[in-house]
Design a protein around this ligand. Structure first.
Ligand SMILES: *Cc1c(COP(=O)(O)O)cnc(C)c1O
Length: 342
């Protein structure tokens, strides 16, 4: 076993740290090259690259963990590979095949195994695969050349000293149009969300709740996490919409709710009007797994969940403990969820 880096794992934040090796592959003349590992943290591209002019780029986000028995694992990377294929197709970018995607992710984690934080520190190795148009375009069209990269960076525990419930606001901005790009992991979705999140923070809120752009009556998601709600009779409900990004964490939590906790689950349209009747609310994504929501502010009107502002609701907690238990190897995983790096 490789010696770990001498880092104060529990106290590193959630930021970029340029470390070790990354994978780079280039697409040119209609095909991907073999790709290679490099220690170079910089990229040189045309001043007229598609990504710089017309934001032709998409990405993924996932983590490598050290399990309780000291193995290094990645959680469901095949789903990230599939989602990236879907993103590429919608953005007229060449697909990087999901099998090759998983292979590249595993190779980068392996090359940086000394940076995968030890079990029990709460820290993880964040993995960022992404692709961008690298060839020049001035007329609006897809680039002819692309680069696919995978880098990793160690990140600290998302919640230091336990997950405290957050307060969110109903946003006056829209995240995604009905037939737009909300369902893919495109950089452009984040570019246009920055003003909304900076505004929300300035007003004292942690996050935005976006409603459906067409009717402003249904719950969509936040800037980077899907919603799950728990009804007063312990049913787990998540919004269904074509403009929500299909979170792998959310899909996994719904499976865990049904098959590990024996709860009833529903993926359906959720009207904002019903939200006040739920018992618990959480935001789910790779970074935090679940962030409990204690309060929603709708233009000055507050919805306070019975779970309160001090701790996660009881069902949210069970979901959190079970999924993190699966990721950390304390609880047996469903077939195919855990990819061990050897
Ligand atoms: C990445 C992302 C999520 C979370 O997805 P996970 O696969 O669970 O990490 C949710 N919403 C948006 C908009 C995202 O970009």
């Amino acid at each position: 076993m490789m010696e770990k880096q001498n880092i104060d794992w529990a106290n590193i934040g959630f930021g970029y740290m340029p470390i070790g090796e990354r994978f780079v592959a280039n697409y040119k003349d209609g095909k991907w090259d073999e790709g290679n590992m490099t220690a170079d943290t910089t990229i040189t591209i045309s001043e007229c690259a598609g990504v710089l002019q017309y934001a032709q780029t998409c990405f993924e986000g996932m983590k490598a963990y050290t399990t309780c028995d000291g193995r290094i694992v990645v959680f469901r990377p095949d789903l990230n590979g599939q989602r990236m294929e879907d993103s590429c197709k919608r953005l007229e970018m060449p697909v990087f095949p999901k099998e090759k995607f998983v292979e590249a992710v595993c190779n980068v984690v392996k090359a940086n195994a000394d940076y995968v934080p030890p079990y029990g520190t709460g820290a993880t190795l964040y993995i960022r695969p992404y692709m961008f148009g690298s060839g020049p375009v001035i007329g609006v069209k897809p680039s002819a050349e692309y680069q696919f990269r995978v880098f990793t960076t160690p990140v600290g525990p998302y919640f230091k000293g336990g997950a405290k419930p957050i307060t969110i606001k109903v946003s006056d901005f829209d995240r995604a149009a009905p037939h737009g790009t909300g369902h893919i992991k495109a950089g452009l979705n984040y570019a246009m969300s920055l003003h909304a999140i900076v505004t929300a923070h300035a007003e004292g809120f942690d996050e935005n709740m976006y409603l459906d752009a067409a009717t402003r009556t249904k719950v969509e998601e936040t800037g980077g996490a899907n919603f799950i709600f728990v009804t007063k009779d312990n049913k787990v409900v998540t919004p269904k919409s074509n403009s929500i990004l299909p979170s792998i964490t959310r899909r996994s939590l719904m499976y865990v709710a049904e098959h590990y906790l024996g709860l009833e689950v529903e993926e359906r349209e959720v009207y904002f009007d019903e939200v006040k009747d739920f018992a618990e609310c959480g935001l789910c994504g790779t970074a935090a797994v679940i962030s409990p929501v204690g309060k929603i502010n709708d233009h000055g009107k507050e919805i306070c969940f019975p779970s309160g502002m001090d701790e996660m609701g009881p069902i949210t907690k069970k979901l959190y403990d079970t999924l993190t238990g699966i990721q950390m190897g304390r609880i047996e995983a469903p077939e195919g969820w855990i990819k061990e790096i050897k």
